[in-house]
Ligand binder design. Structure first.
Ligand SMILES: C[S@@+](CC[C@H](N)C(=O)[O-])C[C@H]1O[C@@H](n2cnc3c(N)ncnc32)[C@H](O)[C@@H]1O
Length: 323
């Protein structure tokens, strides 16, 4: 049976605020001037169709190979994902603690395949209300004497060149959500790189508190099976005790993978690498602390956004490093 995330978890900014951030960022593309032949939105819709056909063919490189396609993807898919991720991240108490730097310590998060903006905006939507000063959305009273909150270091690694998109989103986060002072404690590094070729130092695996792989593992395994297995083994070897790893995919979409002569669901292979063979989980490096094969996030029906917001039904696993 499916479970359902709330449309809005109080730990994050309200859904309409999140959508408004995308609307302001892509004002030109979403509401741009009409020319003689088509409106700005019509133009964007045809660019979205082009991206959609690449995604349908699982041609992920072709889908994201220029700025027009990347902006089109971001306008179409990232807002609904950001709403869903804001609710999903807030659903896990330990993730919420990391994203709000609740223990007054600096925290570090790596988002693999996180260039398209959904992780950035959803994380900012949880970080913002936790800040004591400067942010107009702060839940804390400015008169409260607070010990200084920690800094959130966010490392977004993506093989596609999303900088143009993330810079535009970040500018809006700074101007409308965090303001200059608090923006300094939201330390974002967007890196154009193939995560499968990066070593543990470049990824700073030993310092991470949270790693997210959202709608990205299928792609990694499609690109390079052996490299993806090595990447997970690298996490086993180098992540610190207590580090969390969140894997999310569309429910029911996991591909199958052939190892030797046998075909396995990809998730089975991932669990085996991270947690050990079935029956021998005590030897594994990670434990599963939460999982769900079918969790819905449904976007509110009164939300204002010019493109259809798609509901999502996800599969997730949340792992914690044991030692
Ligand atoms: C389907 S998109 C998901 C985007 C985002 N995580 C979300 O949930 O909305 C997959 C992302 O993974 C990125 N990606 C694919 N292979 C990668 C690799 N080897 N290293 C880093 N990023 C990769 C793609 O460029 C793309 O941005």
């Amino acid at each position: 049976m499916s479970s359902q995330l709330p449309e809005h978890n109080e730990a994050s900014l309200p859904p309409q605020e999140i959508l408004d951030l995308f609307k302001r960022t892509f004002d030109d593309e979403l509401y741009g001037n009409d020319d003689e032949e088509e409106t700005g939105l019509e133009k964007l819709q045809s660019q979205i169709q082009e991206v959609k056909s690449h995604l349908y063919d699982r041609d992920y490189i072709g889908a994201f190979d220029n700025d027009i396609k990347r902006v089109a993807y971001c306008c179409r898919w990232s807002p609904a994902r950001a709403l869903g991720y804001a609710s999903l991240f807030s659903h896990f108490e330990p993730i919420k603690d990391i994203l709000t730097c609740n223990e007054q310590e600096d925290k570090s998060v790596l988002c693999v395949g996180g260039g398209a903006g959904a992780e950035l905006v959803s994380i900012a939507s949880i970080f913002t209300p936790s800040r004591p000063f400067m942010s107009k959305y702060s839940k804390k009273n400015n008169d409260e004497t607070t010990t200084s909150n920690g800094k959130l270091n966010l490392h977004l690694v993506d093989i596609a060149e999303w900088n143009h998109v993330t810079e535009r989103l970040l500018k809006q986060i700074e101007t409308h959500w965090l303001y200059a002072n608090e923006f300094e404690s939201f330390n974002v590094n967007c890196e154009l790189n193939d995560v499968l070729t990066m070593n543990s130092q470049a990824l700073q695996l030993n310092k991470l508190d949270l790693i997210t792989l959202l709608f990205t593992t299928n792609e990694l395994f499609k690109e390079q099976k052996a490299g993806s297995i090595r990447f997970l083994q690298n996490l086993n070897k180098n992540c610190q005790k207590g580090c969390l790893l969140l894997i999310v995919e569309s429910a029911g979409s996991y591909s199958h993978i052939t190892v030797g002569t046998k075909k396995f669901p990809l998730q089975f292979l991932i669990d085996t690498i991270l947690c050990g063979q079935r029956g021998e989980e005590s030897k594994g490096d990670w434990e599963i602390i939460d999982q769900n094969d079918s969790m819905w996030y449904r976007c509110g029906t009164r939300l204002d956004y010019p493109i259809k917001l798609e509901n999502m039904r996800v599969f997730y696993r949340l792992y914690r490093k044991k030692n």
